[in-house]
Design a protein. Structure first.
Ligand SMILES: Cc1ncc(COP(=O)(O)O)c(C=O)c1O
Length: 395
């Protein structure tokens, strides 16, 4: 298949990746927890101001660690948004939990905090707050609900590294938080993630779970004279080669975020009028949130228009993407009782959302090609444009 002229995503190098990888290999330590892993941990802990950051092989695995740390058991329930990636939920289902799907807010597409309390039962253990597109959930309200009902808040911050909610960095608010460094994220290493431990009671056990249930980390620190099997766990630590890749990315935080800010703002500026006139939704960022410019999406008026736009862009060799299918209506979700109409905002948005190409090296000319293509989509013309359908967002 011919590649698209403008792909949806392109993993971009920051500069030092190959040099650091060569150093990791030359140092003779390519397994986990070598010098680059330690440097990533230190970097994340400093930048986020958190007590413990642990690199993992993915955000999915960091979520699995969170579920183990909370001692989630069969019969327990967890509150999850219906509009999220499968891993947010699956990690807890793996421990035997029942997901309780809650609808999202129509503006930020985050868990609707006003619906949470009516879904809480005596079996509820945790609330999974997914910061969609890196825009913060209403964490004050969520933390208040959790405190009233004795629940733990876990932030799935796969999209949101360096986003802020009321001045607080996302990923530093819940007891535990998870990050993703998958190649589609702002900072990448192919596949990777991190568990952020904000409640110190989980720190020691998190190290054990990540190291196959052993106290190996304590052994390396000289705190025990041999290491042994002390708990359940798995191999959740990435190779130091991946950590080397990641460190090169993290060290370019300012440059990467600046590039992404420009891309996001250009989309927002150039599409604002076009979208407003046609009832097309654009990302909404509340005044008290700072976003990390992870993605840009359109919410088209209908499924037909979303599919029409995808085809229209494809004809111009531009790849766009949509997600997520409503989890409560998936094969697994239905086994947990999910049915049509349970989460109407999720069901509607899931049909209509379209993500536009977004990667660090998307240059202005390519981005303007995308914007031109979007604004020339036929089917959403205003009456005045049916004679002259070409429309420029800046006109
Ligand atoms: C909200 C959310 N959580 C978790 C994940 C899983 O991340 P990973 O691919 O690092 O396991 C994703 C993936 O994109 C995601 O969007």
């Amino acid at each position: 298949m011919k590649p698209y002229d403008i792909p949806f995503n392109k993993p971009c190098l920051a500069g030092n990746e190959l040099r650091y990888i060569a150093e990791a290999i030359a140092a003779g330590h390519s397994a986990g927890d070598g010098q680059f892993t330690r440097r990533c941990h230190h970097w994340l802990e400093q930048e986020l101001g958190v007590g413990k950051a642990l690199l993992t092989t993915s955000c999915t695995h960091a979520l699995e660690m969170a579920a183990i740390l909370l001692n989630v058991r069969p019969g327990d329930e967890v509150i999850v948004p219906a509009f999220t990636f499968v891993s947010t939920v699956n990690a807890f289902v793996l421990r035997g939990a029942t997901p309780v799907f809650v609808d999202i807010r129509p503006d930020t597409l985050n868990l609707d905090e006003t619906l949470i309390e009516s879904h809480i039962t005596p079996r509820t253990r945790a609330i999974l707050a997914v910061h969609y597109a890196g825009v913060g959930c209403e964490m004050d309200a969520i933390a208040g609900i959790a405190a009233r009902h004795g629940l733990t808040v876990v932030e799935d911050n796969a999209h949101g590294l360096f986003g802020k909610y009321r001045g607080r960095l996302l990923g530093t608010i819940g007891a535990l938080a998870t990050q993703s460094f998958h190649e589609t994220k702002n900072f990448i290493c192919g596949e990777g993630g991190a568990l952020i431990v904000n409640d110190a009671q989980y720190t020691e056990r998190a190290e054990i779970i990540r190291e196959k249930g052993t106290n190996r980390s304590r052994f390396f620190r000289g705190q025990v004279d041999k290491y042994t099997w002390v708990d359940i766990g798995s191999s959740y630590l990435p190779s130091d080669i991946l950590a080397a890749f990641l460190l090169a990315q993290l060290e370019c935080r300012a440059q990467i975020q600046e590039k992404r800010r420009r891309i996001w703002e250009r989309y927002a500026e150039c599409l604002a009028v076009w979208a407003a006139e046609r009832g097309v939704g654009l990302p909404f960022v509340p005044a008290w949130c700072e976003q990390p410019y992870h993605m840009f999406y359109l919410v088209l008026p209908s499924l037909e228009h979303r599919q029409g736009m995808i085809e229209h862009l494809k004809r111009q060799s531009i790849l766009s993407a949509f997600h997520y299918q409503p989890l409560h209506l998936s094969e697994m979700g239905r086994q947990f009782g999910g049915k049509s109409g349970d989460c109407p905002v999720t069901e509607s948005v899931s049909d209509r959302l379209l993500r536009l190409p977004f990667y660090n090296d998307l240059n202005e000319s390519a981005q303007m090609t995308v914007i031109e293509a979007v604004t020339h989509y036929r089917g959403l013309e205003l009456d005045s444009e049916t004679v002259s359908p070409r429309h420029s967002a800046s006109s």
